[in-house]
Design a protein around this ligand. Structure first.
Ligand SMILES: Cc1cc2nc3c(=O)[nH]c(=O)nc-3n(C[C@H](O)[C@H](O)[C@H](O)COP(=O)(O)OP(=O)(O)OC[C@H]3O[C@@H](n4cnc5c(N)ncnc54)[C@H](O)[C@@H]3O)c2cc1C
Length: 285
């Protein structure tokens, strides 16, 4: 069982805290908490589910997210009159594994790129993703250096709906939105996770056998006990981000006027910090 958890590839900014204890509770159940329902958390939950499907202990999966929906830098959105605008990621991009240029490299293993391609294709078949033309997208390094290698998909409705679908397939036993994790501590019964639940602000605590912290580096460091005490803490502390501000403008269908009954600008700079490839980062500093 421990092997299954230890082998799980974590999202770039994620840190994991794992109990050294065997589960002490009754039943053959392994309690895992994923902190954060952004892209990393939702994909992690779905991968965990797959890895517990080959027999052995039953996975009891919980997901706690401080936002009120599957958000993060991938799923953050503004909604007005039933329409959603993605504020973070605009496209989901995957390498086509059948292209000879796909291996080696591009920052992902062959196994991960095949899995990512399969998942994006599934989401497209389900009508949640729509292929996006290279020509409609900005000339990023990947697109300029590797023309045609990447397949890009935009959301049919919003990328948050894509995350919801990925999370649902993980069949979590318990999903809590509006719950911010404040601290983790290892006890002889497992990993005790304390959190604050919105809107009332009540304090909650629960014990797990493993905790995956799938949040941005500064958020991980803000969780008491999560990253600071682990060897990964030094790595997490060294992660650099640039800051971005996203704005959504909604226009009236009839006259093309800006809608007046909503704030015109949604700025979520704290959620929209983005890690950059070093070559890109140089352009911003
Ligand atoms: C403006 C912008 C545009 C981008 N465009 C693209 C693009 O087009 N294509 C692409 O592939 N990538 C793009 N990216 C990058 C991509 O969005 C991110 O790499 C990805 O979303 C990171 O996901 P994550 O799950 O690691 O972190 P996050 O998205 O930050 O998710 C972490 C989640 O954890 C929650 N959380 C944090 N702390 C706590 C806590 N203490 N308790 C509970 N929950 C917590 C947060 O609310 C959040 O929902 C873009 C990023 C930005 C900012």
């Amino acid at each position: 069982m421990r092997r299954a958890v230890a082998a799980l590839p974590l999202a770039g900014s994620a840190a994991a805290a794992r109990s050294q204890q065997q589960p002490r509770h009754q039943d053959d159940e392994f309690r895992v908490l994923v902190v954060g329902a952004g892209l990393g958390g939702c994909v992690c939950a779905s991968e965990l589910r797959k890895r517990f499907e080959d027999g052995g202990p039953t996975l009891r999966l919980s997901v706690w997210e401080r936002a009120t929906y599957c958000a993060g830098r991938f799923g953050a959105r503004a909604v007005h009159g039933g329409r959603a605008v993605d504020l973070g990621s605009q496209v989901l991009s995957v390498v086509d594994p059948s292209d000879a240029r796909a291996a080696p490299g591009h920052g992902v293993s062959a196994e991960a790129s095949i899995a990512a391609f399969a998942e994006a294709s599934r989401l497209a078949r389900a009508g949640l993703l729509v292929p996006a033309d290279d020509g409609a997208l900005a000339g990023t390094e990947e697109r300029l250096n590797w023309p045609g290698l990447w397949r890009h998909y935009r959301a049919a409705t919003s990328l948050s709906d894509v995350l919801e679908d990925v999370l649902a397939r993980a069949r979590p036993a318990d999903v809590r939105f509006g719950r911010r994790v404040d601290a983790v501590a290892v006890s002889d019964r497992g990993i005790v996770v304390s959190a604050t639940q919105r809107p009332a602000g009540e304090r909650v605590a629960e014990t797990f056998d493993a905790v995956v912290v799938a949040v941005a580096a500064p958020d991980a460091l803000a969780i008491g006990g999560a990253a600071g005490g682990l060897p990964a803490g030094a790595v997490v502390a060294g992660v650099a981000y640039d800051a971005r501000t996203a704005a959504a403008f909604f226009f009236d269908d009839a006259g093309g006027a800006l809608c007046a009954n909503q704030p015109l600008v949604w700025g979520v700079p704290t959620k929209l910090q983005n890690s950059l490839a070093p070559s890109n980062r140089r352009r911003f500093v």
